[in-house]
Design a binder for this molecule. Structure first.
Ligand SMILES: *Cc1c(COP(=O)(O)O)cnc(C)c1O
Length: 369
């Protein structure tokens, strides 16, 4: 079986984990946590890093920290993981959706301004799969209307936009370190910001809002979203290798591109746009009108060849959980719907070998021919 993702843990991971065990520092109090926060925030050009339990936790904290409250509207893409919308709804806010840019599959920035109302408080800019959102015009809109910006860079470790690191835009940015991300801590996430006030607020929210003055006294609602020293040890070791990881991800992308570019029933993501090169968080395949099958059928057939795959995100405006809440009634986002029906991604984790890539590509070609 070639799984859809295999992580690569061949650097100092074992050494640093052993250090945690040898010293007894396994909780969030251990020294790797601060070290990982400092090294990762520096890597993405931010002043502060707040390590947390996972990327979804980071979004919960970010949404609350920027002040989203009951009735506030937050603009975000419909084509993403559920986490940003959940975080907004949990604070009593209302997610307001835009469709995707058909070229990069990220949020279509041109649709944002039409969605702004007097209740709009923030935009969550979610980078999708390989390319960053077109951030400059998004920031202009946010500044013009006085909106907060949360950057969801969970898939963009090391990616840049016009020479600046993803994770350095807006009021606060979040990352995930799930095993299919460019670097992993098993489960894990981080918020990064340049604001001293947001840094302090996030640290409180991560730790049950313990009062700094008197322990076990709480003035606000928080979570236990702390990252352990064991996770951070993995993170430090992974970060040491990130340049190689990004190079390898692009190599995996280009191997697939050269094998699959001749197939006329699929559209592949571009290798680059006018600002960045594709970082291939995943290698996505979009079936076009010439395909005999839809994505589900192809994934079933891949499974018979012992190859793992995953469907694309299911759009927010079709999620039963939100429809039951009365959200997004009769809204349509044709680009996202097409991606959801006809998109899937194939194995591209850092642990994959070139032989496996070849096997995936040739099986896929056989199925699609
Ligand atoms: C992975 C991901 C998250 C959530 O991260 P977890 O660590 O899995 O909670 C959030 N946003 C995007 C865009 C992601 O890809």
């Amino acid at each position: 079986m070639i799984p859809v993702n295999t992580p690569l843990l061949a650097g100092n991971e074992k050494k640093y984990i052993n250090e945690c065990i040898d010293t007894g520092w396994i909780s969030s109090e251990g020294p790797f946590v601060t070290r990982f926060e400092n090294e990762f925030s520096t890597y993405v050009d931010r002043d502060f890093g707040i390590a947390v339990a996972n990327g979804s936790a980071a979004l919960d904290i970010a949404v609350k920290a920027v002040g989203i409250e009951e009735g506030d509207e937050v603009i975000m893409p419909t084509f993403t993981i559920i986490s940003p919308a959940f975080s907004v709804v949990k604070q009593g806010g209302v997610p307001v959706l835009v469709d995707c840019d058909p070229l990069t599959w990220g949020m279509d920035v041109n649709q944002i301004e039409d969605k702004i109302t007097p209740k709009t408080k923030a935009i969550i800019a979610v980078h999708i799969y390989g390319f960053p959102v077109d951030i400059d015009p998004l920031m202009e809109i946010a500044t013009k209307h006085g909106l907060k910006v949360i950057e969801d860079a969970a898939e963009m470790h090391g990616q840049t936009y016009k020479g600046k690191k993803c994770g350095s835009f807006g009021d606060i940015s979040i990352f995930s370190f799930y095993p299919n991300k460019h670097i992993t801590t098993g489960e894990g996430g981080m918020l990064v910001t340049n604001s001293k006030a947001l840094n302090e607020k996030c640290k409180e929210l991560r730790n049950l809002c313990f009062s700094p003055d008197k322990r076990f006294v709480h003035e606000d609602i928080g979570w236990n979203y702390r990252m352990t020293n064991l996770q951070a040890a993995l993170g430090v070791a992974q970060l040491e290798q990130i340049d190689n990881f990004i190079t390898r991800k692009r190599e995996i992308g280009s191997l697939y591109n050269s094998s699959l570019s001749g197939i006329d029933c699929v559209d592949l993501m571009p290798v680059s746009t006018e600002y960045p090169k594709n970082i291939y968080w995943v290698f996505g395949i979009l079936l076009n009108k010439k395909s005999k099958y839809d994505a589900d059928e192809i994934m079933t057939r891949l499974r018979k060849h012992s190859i793992g795959s995953r469907p694309f995100f299911y759009p927010m405006h079709l999620q039963p959980v939100f429809l039951k809440m009365g959200l997004f009634k009769n809204e349509n986002y044709p680009v996202a719907e097409n991606l959801a029906d006809n998109g899937f991604y194939i194995p591209s984790g850092l642990g994959i070998s070139n032989e496996e890539i070849e096997e995936v590509a040739s099986s896929l070609m056989l199925i699609l021919s």
